[in-house]
Design a protein around this ligand. Sequence first.
Ligand code: NAD
Ligand code: UDP
Length: 319
Amino acid sequence: MKRTLITGAAGFLGSHLCDRFIAEGHYVVGMDNLITGDFKNIGHLFENENFEFSHHDVTKFVHTPSDLDYILHFASPASPIDYLKIPIQTLKVGSLGTLNLLGLAKEKNARILVASTSEVYGNPLVHPQNEEYYGNVSPIGPRGVYDEAKRFMESITMAYHRHHGLETRIVRIFNTYGSRMRLNDGRVVPAFMGQALRGEDLTVFGDGSQTRSFTYIDDQVEGIFRLLMSDYVEPVNIGNPDETTIKEFAEEIIKLTGTDQKIIYKPLPQDDPLQRQPDITRAKEILGWQPKVHRSEGLKKVFEYFKSLSSEELQKKEH
Ligand code: NAD
Ligand code: UDP
């Protein structure tokens, strides 16, 4: 039986990855310090004999008593509101946390996949973004704490590969949505859906002409799984190239949810990228991967999930 460590296990992506790897017959150690995650995302796994939880901050020395075949490093705040609230922790988890996990992978002779992001392209001057593009990131801007932590993560991962011959994989994840996102984490999908469900106006930042390309969780998990199992070392974009403006997206959510609320406009946050669309040629060629779930279908599923939350959870405001 393969043994797999997943950091960030109580978060959105990490919890879905735990489900997938258990379904693939792995023994999964889920590690998390619960800073942005929630036990309830993995509550259903506590009775599973192939799962164990380790409550640990990965910026501190990481140790597992038993052998490991695979490590997936997904621990990190991921929403702009979260990483602006805990900027130092964000830098530490991308740098010190990654260093600790690479060290662990070396000790265990395990293959490691690290969760990078489309944010390494910053406010991109190349469109769509392919993996050859070096990006346009402000190191000193507010989002730099996340973007630069992830860029450092990529550098140190490649150094461990080149210098120590470690088996490494780097996924560049584009905006992904699905069940178990925190309703109030400030990301646009839960933000708009929460507003629609609470009967509030939808807040579009800027004039809404900025674009994003949204990937459904099942497609993302499939891409990550294929990349880990491949022998490809360079970064790979995993995302859905179906691009939309945020204004059109708000209109889509209004239609889907049937709310009679309207769109209101708020200032665009500093350094908010104006466009983002993955070039997935590499993922298609190397992994035979491409997204299958259309946005309308994925959004319907995630709306059902948010509708099923208690009214207490729905009203909870963090920001
Ligand atoms: P999330 O906030 O739901 O999950 C992150 C998890 O990491 C949380 O459970 C949190 O408690 C945990 N964590 C944070 N710091 C930690 C630490 N020091 N030690 C242990 N655990 C810690 O976010 P997510 O959307 O699931 O993102 C997961 C990963 O994927 C992140 O690395 C993120 O940068 C990356 N990513 C996500 C997206 C996306 O669209 N969801 C896009 C690009 C990259
Ligand atoms: N956004 C918005 N209203 C909100 C939340 C986000 O208009 O209530 C915008 C945000 O400015 C950005 C886009 O939606 O242009 C995606 O934001 P998100 O935080 O989900 O992801 P990221 O900016 O990291 O891609």
